[in-house]
Design a protein around this ligand. Structure first.
Ligand SMILES: *Cc1c(COP(=O)(O)O)cnc(C)c1O
Length: 377
């Protein structure tokens, strides 16, 4: 049998390994200079003033909600079509996630659906750049401004993408990234928040470290044992080992995004000849980072058969995502029921994510499409 093709995979080169080893031989394994260096590089990359690196994308989302003082009685609008972490961050703070539906052709959050859900209790809107395609941030920003709510971008899929020539990270007040191995760049586990606002970035740094107001430079230079915990924070620190990897990965990201676009174009070309399916649409004013290549099976119940046959043939397809509120926790504990976001629910019955990662070859793309053709036709 031919080799297994995963749906996504990380890419590690010798320079990544060398930089990690350098940190292992240094004095700082965590909370040291590599963390700041990575934060600066990421902020520069996003054309933003402040970045705070943490140990997962989920931690980043949680810290954002905490920085905005979101709590019981508050509502945060999130798309139904996202990874559970986006909505869970709202639940961590005792606030209420309110699910907006998505647009049928892109599965990006539908601004019209959001607008209907805004109430005086709404504190924030989370836009998710599903599959790596930036949302329509001009529309979302002006809506957020009009209603006086904060716009948060969950850009866990879309680092390296752009909207009307502006980089992802600079498109909302606050942007969140994940560096899990399937995401655009990896630190093993990791995440980051990019801020416009300096005070909020400082607060995120403090909350990352238990709510204590001292960083590594201060600790190293002080002779006093004293520190003060001024609010209840967490240990969401990321290590220098991870940040060293993040730094070398980030340098290669633009090249990887080009590769991902080439692979997506190859998929579009080959799939145009196959009946009964269609890839999601891409807007002409974005640079897509193609974290995922998602197709919709337009006819009947073929998705399940396709999924099983692809897997049997060593092709790692996946389904992203089940609408968040259809998970047992959301139904049983929070009282959600099916029917809430019909476009998301209909899409969930049809979508399948095809393999896509920078080192994938055109031959592998062909093998994926040939296998689909045999099943579908
Ligand atoms: C991966 C992901 C997260 C969570 O990131 P982790 O680093 O795995 O905690 C949040 N939101 C979206 C949309 C994601 O894809």
């Amino acid at each position: 049998m031919s080799e297994y093709i995963p749906y996504g995979r990380h890419h590690i080169d010798e320079d990544d390994i060398a930089e990690v080893i350098r940190v292992l031989n240094s004095d700082w394994l965590t909370t040291g200079p590599k963390v700041e260096e990575f934060e600066e590089a990421l902020a520069d990359f996003c054309n933003m003033p402040h970045a705070v690196a943490v140990n997962s994308g989920t931690a980043a989302l949680h810290l954002v909600m905490a920085c905005l003082d979101i709590g019981p009685g508050d509502e945060v609008i999130v798309p139904a079509m996202t990874f559970v972490a986006t909505a869970n961050a709202v639940v961590y703070l005792g606030a209420t996630p309110v699910f907006a539906d998505v647009q049928e052709d892109t599965l990006l959050v539908d601004p019209a659906s959001i607008e209907k859900l805004i109430t005086p209790k709404t504190k924030a809107i989370v836009a998710v750049d599903y599959a790596g395609q930036p949302c329509d941030y001009d529309v979302l920003s002006s809506m957020a401004q009009r209603y006086g709510v904060t716009l948060i971008s969950d850009a866990c899929h879309s680092l390296g993408g752009a909207y009307k020539g502006r980089p992802v990270g600079s498109l909302a007040d606050i942007t969140v990234f994940s560096f899990h191995p399937v995401k655009p760049i990896t630190t093993g586990e990791g995440g980051a928040i990019v801020f416009k606002d300096k005070e909020m970035a400082q607060r995120a740094r403090r909350l990352r470290n238990h709510g204590i107001d001292l960083d590594f430079k201060e600790r190293a230079s002080r002779i006093s044992w004293e520190y003060d915990m001024v609010e209840l924070g967490f240990n969401y620190r990321i290590s220098d080992i991870q940040c060293a990897l993040g730094l070398t990965q980030l340098k290669k990201l633009p090249k990887w995004i080009e590769k991902r676009n080439e692979i997506a174009n190859a998929y579009r070309k080959f799939l145009a000849k196959v009946n009964g399916l269609c890839p999601l649409s891409k807007s002409s004013c974005v640079k897509h980072s193609y974290h995922l290549f998602v197709i919709k099976i337009t006819e009947g119940k073929k998705r399940k058969i396709l999924y099983e046959r692809m897997r049997k043939n060593g092709i790692g397809v996946n389904v992203h995502y089940k609408p968040v509120y259809l998970n047992t926790f959301y139904k049983k504990e929070l009282g959600f029921a099916s029917g809430l976001c019909p476009v998301s629910e209909m899409a969930y019955d049809k979508i399948i994510s095809l393999p896509l990662y920078p080192s994938m070859t055109v031959l592998e793309v062909k093998r994926v499409v040939d296998t689909i053709m045999i099943v579908i036709e």
